[in-house]
Design a protein around this ligand. Structure first.
Ligand code: GCU
Length: 669
């Protein structure tokens, strides 16, 4: 008993155990229970944004954090700090003397800079780092795309229902909306598209504008602008017009009036995101107009309010039956230079659809006169939904680091996206959100890392996936769990590639829901819906010939890249079957045959998952029971399903190629 009393007294004097949510609600913002004395944090100026910045620091920093001052640079001009490079979102953190007193100064040229600086200070302290810090975002629009429907269902969402309770908005403002904004602001995310790209016209009705306005009011102090997905045919559905032809003056007038109406409710409305003429969505092509005609008409409607249009290049129709991968380039490349100044074309990272691995999209570097923004998918539609652990940092980094050679070596996708290659100032990165109303927001603890990595890498596309993983883990777990968690994360995406189909295979998943294997599927109505269309496996070999002898999609890349992809010997092994139909017995760099290599990858993927389970077992003593158990259960699911992917896929390939399993490989059970 005595020992207990001593222990309890000790806990009390140390500030008691942290009252952290074991269900993961706190995300990476797991603040200590005993925080800094409120008067150690002072703010110069009084605006809603400075107020929330100060509140966050008071809430987050531990008692011994020292004196902290938040101020715009203009308020501390006498310190003559190097603030020119901060722009209007960057920050600077420095140990200085103010009024003779040593303080940590968090400053920026704007309130927003101070806000991001406050979160950077919190991150710095939480990860055990120290010292001066300066940072400014390399990309202007850092935006989440919610594929949230008005009925609460999230398309490709695996974390519950939509966070937006459209029924009770605008009157009831769920406090969770504030936590959502805090989490995004902590990463520098500065925009959110509230509704699905497969949009309902109703989302632009007065009722829904009022609901969006309520959310915009909540997000504003956190630097987050609201955008809406616009349905191109809304002038017909909402406006009663006979047409949505972008060159019809009545249509243009309808959109202008609609934009004016939205801006009256949301003065800092960001603009529209549009999916047009893709997967059945209406668009300008319905009227024999181009995507530029459609985008420019909407752009003119929002231009007087400084709004923008994010026009998606994901056009997927049955117009390129020989190779779906060529469609976006075929349609958009000729439009380069034809878009209005406030249009940015949003391009998925690869030419098909968010597969576990895709070569970078050929549009990057191919439209120098048009700002292109990146679209990543944070929700894991093709990487095992919420249950499979797959850290996407390496996927993001791999695409951003890819060299387009558009202006010679070093013309990376990152430089296209941050505008530096072609001198664009309108720049952006979008991420299809993995957020829902699950208590842990993203369906699993480790999926939180993907939201985190998206935000951090949108701010700075040159950050390494490992740096970001380490940062996230340090804020999410006790110190002893950090190294094991990072080790699990870093190879996890590659493991998914391995057990779902490596060496450049893609689109071999089950139909519709996209969960689990389905390389055998061949009976769907449109040829490019069928996995057999993508892998083209036959007795001789496997893979999609995208060279001259095939669809010649390689020609969509700049000549040095095209030449590299045109030759199986110079194509990276990870993309081999994306570009080539290869004989099963081809010798690979490993010295083994293609078939043996492929089998080896499936096994490696399964083995990696087994390894993650072993690692996760070691951290059990230092991770709270609820988060540990959920992850452990999910890893068991992942192992079972990795084996399912491997065994079902191998059984199918063997039925096609008639080959035995390579020596040393255990047959499927
Ligand atoms: C994928 C996804 C769809 C989505 C589409 C898009 O095809 O499966 O659900 O609507 O991408 O990005 O528009």
């Amino acid at each position: 008993l005595f020992a207990r009393i001593v222990l309890i007294a000790g806990l009390l004097s140390a500030g008691a155990a942290p009252a952290l949510a074991e269900d993961g609600y706190d995300l990476w913002m797991r603040y200590p229970a005993t925080t800094i004395a409120p008067d150690s944090v002072s703010v110069r100026g009084d605006t809603p944004m400075l107020r929330v910045a100060a509140a966050e620091v008071r809430r987050a920093l531990p008692a011994q954090a020292g004196a902290i001052v938040l101020a715009r640079t203009a308020e501390v001009a006498d310190l003559k700090l190097p603030t020119a490079t901060l722009g209007d979102e960057g920050y600077l953190i420095r140990a200085v003397r103010l009024n003779g007193r040593p303080v940590t100064l968090v400053t920026g040229n704007t309130d927003r800079g101070v806000l991001y600086g406050a979160f950077a200070l919190i991150r710095q302290r939480a990860t055990g780092a120290a010292g001066d810090l300066t940072s400014a975002p390399r990309v202007k629009l850092r935006v989440l795309n919610h594929w949230d429907n008005l009925d609460g269902v999230v398309e490709r969402g695996y974390a519950g229902r939509s966070l937006w309770d459209w029924w009770t908005l605008p009157d009831y403002k769920d406090p969770r909306y504030v936590d959502y904004a805090r989490a995004n602001a902590s990463l520098g995310i500065n925009g959110t598209v509230l509704n699905n790209v497969n949009a309902k016209a109703e989302s632009l009705s007065p009722r829904y504008i009022a609901k969006a306005a309520a959310l915009a009011d909540i997000f504003r102090p956190y630097g987050i602008r609201v955008y809406l997905s616009a349905r191109f045919s809304a002038p017909i559905e909402l406006g009663g017009l006979k047409t949505a032809d972008p060159l019809d003056p009545q249509v243009a007038a309808w959109w202008r009036a609609k934009a004016d109406e939205i801006y009256r409710a949301i003065p800092d409305f960001g603009g529209f995101l549009v999916k047009a003429n893709s997967e059945g969505q209406p668009g300008p092509r319905d009227y024999h107009r181009t995507h530029a005609d459609g985008a420019n008409m909407l752009a003119a409607a929002v231009a007087p309010h400084d709004g923008i249009v994010m026009w998606r290049a994901f056009v997927y129709a049955d117009t390129d039956p020989d190779d779906r991968a060529k469609q976006a380039y075929t349609e958009f490349k000729p439009l380069d230079g034809r878009f209005a100044k406030n249009v940015i074309v949003q391009v998925k990272n690869g030419a098909i659809d968010f597969q576990p691995r895709e070569p970078f999209h050929p549009l990057f570097g191919a439209m120098p006169k048009t700002p292109l923004m990146m679209e990543f998918q944070i929700t894991k539609e093709y990487l095992g939904f919420a249950t499979h652990l797959a850290y996407l940092g390496p996927l993001f980094a791999e695409t951003l680091a890819s060299d387009t050679f558009a202006k010679g070596a070093g013309s990376t996708v990152a430089k296209v996206v941050d505008g530096s290659l072609e001198g664009h100032t309108l720049t952006g990165i979008a991420g299809v959100a993995n957020i829902g109303d699950d208590r842990d927001w993203t369906g699993s603890t480790f999926n939180q890392a993907n939201w985190y990595a998206f935000g951090r890498m949108a701010w700075d596309p040159s950050l390494s996936a490992e740096t970001v993983a380490r940062e996230w883990a340090a804020q999410t777990f006790a110190p002893a769990a950090v190294a094991p968690a990072v080790a699990m994360m870093m190879g996890s995406r590659e493991a998914v590639v391995d057990y779902t189909g490596a060496l450049g295979l893609a689109h071999v998943m089950a139909t519709g829901h996209h969960y689990g294997p389905g390389p055998w599927v061949s009976d769907l109505k449109r040829p490019e819906w069928n996995p057999v269309y993508y892998h083209k496996a036959d007795k001789r070999g496997i893979g999609f010939d995208r060279t001259k002898s095939g669809s010649n999609a390689v020609a969509q890349y700049a000549p040095p890249v095209a030449a590299k992809f045109a030759d199986p010997a110079t194509t990276p092994p990870g993309e081999l079957l994306w570009f080539h139909h290869v004989a099963w017995d081809r010798r690979m760099p490993s010295g083994r045959t293609l078939w043996a290599d492929l089998v080896g990858h499936y096994d490696a993927g399964v083995a990696y998952v087994v390894g993650m389970r072993t690692r996760w077992d070691t951290v059990k003593p230092v991770v709270d029971a609820e988060r540990w158990q959920k992850t452990a259960s999910f890893l068991a699911v992942q192992q079972r399903e990795a084996q399912w992917w491997r065994d079902a896929s191998l059984a199918y390939w063997m039925s096609v190629n008639g080959l035995p399993l390579p020596a040393g490989v255990a047959p499927p059970p």
